[in-house]
Design a protein. Structure first.
Length: 256
């Protein structure tokens, strides 16, 4: 009977739920990291440019869409109102950037920009550190909330102490695993952004950098096959569903 109670399908569902939540948080964190690029530094500069329109100063980011869709050294400014094209173009030029209209009647301006400076890249790196630490806090909150639910379940006699202990141990092991993954991912992205300017700044950087360098070496050896993209997309769902199941099995063995 006790063995049946220890199965994830029965009473011990707390660790399964926690591991699933951990995995979902890491997936979302990966999406955030992918969206952070070195060209964001120049985009941030353009967002902060002030344009005087009808006697009022307006941030360029409020009156135009600014992005770098193709080339990180080429900013594309889409002005919301054609009436503001000339004044925006002149302001950008006065700021030291060559701006050129894509064509007659176009609302788009193409602007060549220099490579981001070290200071600009370090600002992005600092943002990555904040986001990584925020992910650690999020994982800890998931762990704490699940622990409180387990404690309440024991007090209300929904589960016994043995099951609670096993569940808590698996949740703790999973937290350490996923938190390390989050910090490795954050450090990897930070190293990619900073390039030659990278230097350890967080207390665990020197420990995790070995894992990061290993990931970089492995990724450089993996050849991309364009024909496999469609197949991979179909398999992603089933692979993702199996991750939680596999993690649960491993943690079950470690916790016993």
């Amino acid at each position: 009977m006790a063995d049946q109670q220890l199965t994830p399908e029965n009473l011990e569902s707390y660790s399964v739920e926690a591991i699933s939540n951990y995995g979902r948080a890491i997936d979302e964190f990966c999406d955030v990291l992918i969206g952070i690029k070195s060209e964001d530094a120049n985009i941030a500069v353009f967002n902060s440019i002030y344009v005087t329109i009808e006697g009022k100063k307006r941030r360029l980011g409020d009156i135009a869409n600014i992005e770098s869709p193709e080339d990180p050294l080429k900013i594309e400014v889409m002005v919301y109102s054609r009436d503001n094209m000339e004044v925006i173009s002149d302001t950008i030029k006065e700021s030291g950037f060559p701006a050129k209209t894509q064509g007659e009647g176009s609302q788009y301006l193409n602007v060549r920009v220099p490579k981001p400076s070290r200071m600009q890249l370090e600002e992005i790196a600092d943002d990555l550190i904040r986001r990584t630490n925020g992910m650690t806090s999020r994982l800890m909150k998931l762990k704490t909330n699940t622990g409180l639910r387990i404690r309440a379940a024991v007090q209300n006699e929904f589960i016994d102490t043995r099951i609670a202990t096993l569940s808590t141990k698996k949740i703790d092991l999973a937290y350490e695993k996923f938190n390390k993954e989050a910090r490795i991912l954050g450090l990897l992205r930070r190293k990619q952004i900073l390039g030659k300017f990278y230097k350890p700044s967080e207390k665990d950087d020197e420990i995790l950098i070995k894992d990061v360098n290993l990931l970089v070496r492995l990724s450089n050896k993996i050849e991309f096959d364009p024909t496999s993209t469609e197949i991979d997309s179909k398999q992603n769902a089933s692979i993702g569903n199996n991750i939680v199941k596999e993690d649960t099995q491993v943690l079950n063995q470690e916790a016993i």
